[in-house]
Design a protein around this ligand. Structure first.
Ligand code: FES
Length: 197
């Protein structure tokens, strides 16, 4: 047997031992943090569905919640915002949501179950910054034909009021619509859809 094999085994052992010690360190560091969380918070951190009450959300407003450690936005679109959605399709990269960025039930012109409410993962599909909510138009500092949407200041990508990306910006994909369903008229459940996705 060559020395090379021995060295390799020993190196492997040392690598594993180091990884084990490192892993134990991470667990030890995490434990007080996890232990301090209420059971519902722990479940949420692990990816459990999140209920959101939208009864106080006014047309034109957005609320932010968190699911699987990511920001999730619910935007209540006004009639005017919905009308503006139809004016820019020619300038969008994927106006019909053909790329896999939403459950099947949100593959429509509003990218939502109910057109009034948009549910989006609030992360830019370029490199992960959080875009700004800019529902009002005009806004020539973003674009001379701005009709409202989301603007990412990191590298200048922008998305319409359905989270659809414009052509010619760094981001290539529409923003993601997470699985969701309505538990009642005013309560949304994010992260669960009864298998309809
Ligand atoms: S991360 Fe949004 S444009 Fe680059």
């Amino acid at each position: 047997m060559s020395n090379e094999g021995v060295d390799t085994s020993r190196r492997r052992f040392l690598t594993r031992a180091t990884a084990a010690v490192g892993g134990a360190g991470v667990v030890a560091a995490l434990y007080p943090f996890l232990a301090s969380m209420a059971p519902s918070e722990r479940a949420q951190a692990a990816g459990a569905p999140v209920e959101v009450d939208v009864s106080q959300l006014q047309p034109g407003e957005r609320l932010t919640t968190e699911w699987r450690g990511r920001p999730v936005w619910v935007v209540r679109r006004s009639d005017d915002m919905l009308a503006r959605l139809r004016t820019q399709e020619i300038r969008l990269r994927d106006p019909d949501s053909e790329r896999d960025q939403q459950p099947e039930y949100a593959r429509n012109e509003y990218r939502s179950i109910r057109e009034e409410y948009l549910v989006l993962v609030g992360i830019c599909t370029h490199l992960g910054c959080s875009p700004l909510f800019r529902p009002d138009a005009p806004a020539p500092e973003i674009h001379e034909q701005w009709t409202g949407g989301f603007f990412c200041p990191c590298h200048g990508s922008y998305f319409d009021l359905a989270g659809r990306v414009y052509a010619g910006v760094p981001a290539q994909l529409n923003m993601a619509v997470p699985p969701h369903r309505y538990a009642s008229d005013t309560v949304l459940v994010i992260g669960e859809d009864g298998g309809e996705a």
